[in-house]
Write a protein that binds this ligand. Structure first.
Ligand SMILES: Cc1cc2nc3c(=O)[nH]c(=O)nc-3n(C[C@H](O)[C@H](O)[C@H](O)COP(=O)(O)O)c2cc1C
Length: 409
């Protein structure tokens, strides 16, 4: 079988991507505390566009205050006053590359947050607490669900008015939509429990009806609980979603925030994480030290080890059952791998996150050297430092004094 090459455009029903290597959604800790995008965010995205990234998916943007994440530098799209600042970001990106396509990832955290972060009660599909955040969860009423659907649709309309080329509906990583899709969290007895796809279907239908934007959908095709989303279930969901004819592309990922490192895998910089992670720092010094010494070795056993291409088997299984194009994320590190996924495995594109943090011009380098390997070593300092006051960066190339000050190493 010979599929498309890396540099051939990916033609989706409502958007043509310049080539097949997409920058995956990446939280950057750069928005104001009120969720307004900043010049620094514009510079980050423009740098990626200049480096040939072609299609950029932003970090997850909250659609309502109640759906905010714990991280203070998260951008939002929850109010009309955010349209003009996002439009300025897009102007900046398009000055760097007039052909660049920019997709806003829209999300509601559901149970994966704290009321301290949102100023609201924590809500979810069902009453099950997330073992990472530990917040008590109040199940949404049917009436409230209607309100959340409207917030997603309004967020997408704002994205359209700001000039985005598409939205990516975040249905993965244990956030609210995932909570409806997973039997572990969806314990409802109403129509949204009998039909776990209903919430997502209403969101997608609303966006499709009210905007001409391309809709991408990020799905976890597995999670760290046997009673959660399994690959078989994900395949069934993808087949049903395919039938709606409203989603332009899937992106296949894994996991939930119960074990956040299993979403990305790789090294576990535990000491740096315990230095900044607000869920631990609120305990104080001694409880953290005791956790590190006695509980952490047990907790660590639950981490999945890193293997390159770790979501590819799941993505290929989904690809075989749908007509909608499928992108895959997770541990894709070389030009040869990408070429093979497209030419022989039947996938339509790839998304990369950490390689772009390490080398924002990774795509330009790949054009010069098609077999190129990413310089990212998945040390995951970029990830754990998302909880620190420092903006997103690769810490491998940080100056020594900054490493000492920020990382203590
Ligand atoms: C620092 C960092 C921030 C991330 N932020 C998001 C995000 O906002 N939304 C999302 O869906 N995934 C996010 N991810 C996951 C990535 O999009 C991607 O799926 C994952 O890192 C695997 O790809 P990689 O091996 O190329 O890094 C993030 C990952 C990292 C390392």
């Amino acid at each position: 079988m010979t599929g498309p090459g890396i540099w051939s455009p990916l033609v989706l029903p409502r958007l043509t991507l310049p080539h097949r290597v997409v920058r995956a959604a990446t939280y950057d800790n750069l928005a104001t505390r009120d969720g307004f995008p900043t010049d620094a965010q514009a510079d980050l995205l423009a740098g990626l566009a200049r480096g040939g990234a072609g299609t950029l998916i932003t970090g997850f943007a909250y659609i309502s205050r109640q759906g905010r994440a714990l991280q203070g530098g998260q951008a939002g799209i929850d109010h009309d006053d955010k349209i003009a600042p996002w439009a300025r970001v897009l102007e900046h990106v398009r000055r760097a590359d007039a052909e660049a396509k920019v997709v806003l990832q829209i999300a509601h955290t559901g149970r994966q947050t704290t009321s301290g972060a949102t100023g609201r009660p924590v809500v979810g599909a069902g009453p099950v607490r997330c073992t990472y955040f530990l917040s008590p969860v109040r199940p949404l009423t049917e009436r409230e669900i209607g309100g959340v659907v409207r917030s997603f649709v309004e967020a997408a309309r704002r994205a359209w008015r700001a000039g985005f080329d598409g939205v990516q509906v975040h249905a993965a990583h244990g956030y609210l939509i995932h909570q409806f899709l997973s039997p572990h969290t969806n314990r409802r007895r109403d129509a949204y429990g009998r039909d776990p796809l209903r919430f997502l279907r209403e969101i997608v239908a609303g966006i499709r009806e009210r905007t001409p934007l391309a809709i991408l959908l990020k799905l976890s095709a597995g999670e760290d609980r046997p009673d959660g989303i399994t690959l078989d279930r994900a395949v069934d969901y993808a087949r049903a979603i395919d039938g709606w004819g409203a989603v332009d592309a899937f992106e296949i990922s894994y996991g939930t925030m119960e074990i956040p490192l299993n979403i990305i895998r790789g090294a576990v910089p535990a000491d740096v994480s315990l230095r900044y992670n607000p869920l631990f720092t609120r305990w104080g010094r001694w409880p953290v030290a005791l956790f590190r010494r006695f509980l952490y070795p047990w907790y660590k056993k639950r981490f999945l080890s890193f293997a390159e291409l770790y979501n590819v088997d799941a993505a290929c299984r989904i690809r075989q059952t749908v007509r909608t194009p499928v992108l895959v994320t997770g541990g894709i590190r070389t030009g040869g791998q990408i070429a093979d996924l497209l030419a022989r495995q039947g996938l339509d594109g790839v998304t990369l996150c950490r390689p772009f943090i390490r080398e924002p011009d990774f795509v330009s380098r790949l054009r010069d050297d098609p077999g190129r390997r990413s310089a990212c070593i998945s040390c995951n300092l970029c990830t754990v430092m998302c909880d620190s006051p420092y903006p997103l960066r690769c810490w491998m190339d940080a100056p020594d004094d900054l490493r000492r000050e920020a990382l203590g190493i």
